[in-house]
Design a binder for this molecule. Structure first.
Ligand SMILES: NC(=O)c1ccc[n+]([C@@H]2O[C@H](COP(=O)([O-])OP(=O)(O)OC[C@H]3O[C@@H](n4cnc5c(N)ncnc54)[C@H](O)[C@@H]3O)[C@@H](O)[C@H]2O)c1
Length: 238
């Protein structure tokens, strides 16, 4: 498979390493210093684009891929206010788009576990629930996209919580997400249910970026030649 990498930072480089190991070819690498190379002609050599740039550039990059009719796997976080616009453009252009706030298979198992635990806890109002996420200090967005996904899953099941907030809160209707930034920290997410009797906690800790990169390349292999809007659920089947 021929891959265009849009964003060639820590994740772009990790994705390149995994893609080459799996026998794929990188036909284009776009970063801030060669944006003018992001043309229809250059990208059309690729079967799929993988976009990991920044919260500020992701939307424009994804829209450009869709306009150039190239299937796009996006991992950039912190831009999801514009997700609906991307989905509409994808459908209008008969394109292919796959987004996940976290491509690691372990985190996707953790998402399934989070949903199941939240459904068990739904009727036990004596437990308060909160989320903590810890990342390196260079992370640009807070809370993390993964923490937002976890929070939305909890809100879907725990109806006593109405909204997530990114600060300490005394309001029982608010689901607290605490964001910690320390170095080095590739990414930890914890969901904690606490009552006066006991605590139940589930934690996912990433040891490095390779899990995200492997998931993103697996997603690119999945989306090649397809049309539609997908998530990691479609790739993994759970
Ligand atoms: N979904 C996931 O599984 C997952 C996992 C890790 C990181 N991320 C997200 O991926 C994004 C990138 O993470 P990173 O660790 O590689 O960051 P990074 O800062 O190391 O790399 C980002 C790169 O994008 C480049 N860039 C900036 N503007 C650009 C533009 N307009 N076009 C192309 N490239 C541009 C930067 O110069 C930089 O090299 C972040 O939003 C991060 O939160 C997602």
């Amino acid at each position: 498979m021929k891959i265009a990498l849009i964003g060639y930072g820590k994740m772009g480089k990790a994705i390149e390493e995994i893609a080459l190991q799996r026998g794929h070819e990188i036909t284009l690498k776009i970063d801030i210093d060669n944006i003018s190379d992001f043309s229809q002609q250059n990208i059309s050599e690729a079967d799929v684009a993988i976009e990991f740039s920044s919260p500020h550039s992701a939307f424009d990059n994804v829209m450009k891929c869709l306009q150039f009719k190239i299937p796009v796997v996006c991992g950039s976080t912190g831009w999801l206010g514009k997700l609906e616009e991307v989905k509409k453009t994808c459908t209008a252009n008969n394109g292919a788009f796959l987004y996940s706030s976290n491509y690691s298979i372990g985190v996707n198992i953790f998402f399934a576990l989070n949903k199941y635990l939240a459904s068990l806890m739904a009727n036990y109002s004596e437990y308060d629930v909160s989320i903590t996420e810890t990342h390196h200090t260079q992370k640009k967005d807070a809370p993390s996209g993964t923490a937002i996904t976890l929070a939305e899953q909890v809100l879907e099941k725990i109806k006593r919580k109405k909204v997530w907030v990114n600060h300490i809160s005394d309001n029982a209707e608010e689901l607290e997400i605490i964001s910690e930034r320390i170095d080095p920290a590739p990414g930890t997410h914890q969901i904690k249910y606490s009552s006066s009797i006991d605590n139940i906690e589930i934690t996912h800790t990433a040891h490095n970026r390779m899990g995200f990169a492997t998931g993103a390349v697996t997603a690119a292999e999945f989306i090649k030649g397809k049309q539609g809007i997908f998530t990691m659920k479609d790739v993994l089947g759970f």
